[in-house]
Design a protein around this ligand. Sequence first.
Ligand SMILES: [Zn+2]
Length: 389
Amino acid sequence: MRDQKQGRRPVQPDTSRLLLGRFLSSALEVGGTVLHIEPDRDGAKLRIRSGLELRQFHTLTREEYGEIWQNLADRVGNEELTPFYDGSFPFGINGRHCRIRVSLVPTPFGESVTLKVNAREDKVLGLERLGLSPTSLVQLRNLLARNRGLLVVAAPPGSGGTTTWVSIMESLCDGTRKVVSIEDPIEVSLEGVQQIQIKSVRDCPDRSVTFERALRSVLLQDPDVLGISLLKDLSSGHAALSGALAGSLTVTRVHAYSATLALGRLLQLGIESTLLSDCLAAVLAQSLVRKNCPACSQPDPNRNLEGLKGKSSRGKGCEQCHGTGFSGLVAVFELLINSTPIAKLIEDRRSGREIEGQARIEGMTPRASVVRTMVESGEVPLTEYLRIL
Ligand SMILES: [Zn+2]
């Protein structure tokens, strides 16, 4: 009672023994990164994404679905579980500490739940280990050495965008700069970064932490680097732009498939093209592609592409790759650096195709070309090249 009065939650039970905890542990054991709980007439389907594969994992009865829901409510607070809840809770297994990002969407049979596993050791890779080409790595380092401008990390959901964003943020904590981030929610705790959690307090707007309010205070704290975790609406978009306009190096992230689509997304959020063209330093876009299993990869005589140097290869499936033919993922990047001609195209709201054409003239290697080279070296199958086109 005393805790409730003070707005604190009682100590949480050890969820690892509860049904939700058991499924999360099993998902982690098989390398799962996202657990999907999709309610239907009879209960719910449980599916796991590991790498790029989504597979059926378990079928829940109505009672089990109810039990998982209760476990979740105990974890994040019953009053918090609104229809479009987006938040997270800590979870530990075998000495491994993760944050589980929870997202809810209402369906006729109950809330559809996704639980995304964020383990710090998986997320903070360091710039060298992200998989950038040597040229892009040098270009990125030069961009990060600047004191101002907007750097946007673009990736579709589940394609490693968080990993890249947190690795960039951590690399900026070199002891010489004040690094602040505004996040919704904080997915990975970062040493050296003052992380601010967006928080909406129902019935008490004065205690809510919004992007606007957080930004006002942050700018008074003299930041050199400002991070905005993900742009998903006008208020987060304005915060990122204001940070860049105020003179901080601002690093943000957006869900978009390519560098030029990320620019389109920013304009769609309501950011003015003139301000964007002035502030933008660069867009770093990334995708994940599946690598051939080295144990069973062989030339693929049935699939080839005109002009491809050498034959493509693919894994035929073996014990080592559980019959999938794939082994692991690799991130591929394209780095679109703003220039005077590109800024003019953005300001005039010209098409992504035109902007990409100009970026290629200025030396940008698109992701498709990067993957094509990987196909030629036998590292990835042709199907992955066709998939990301
Ligand atoms: Zn294999």
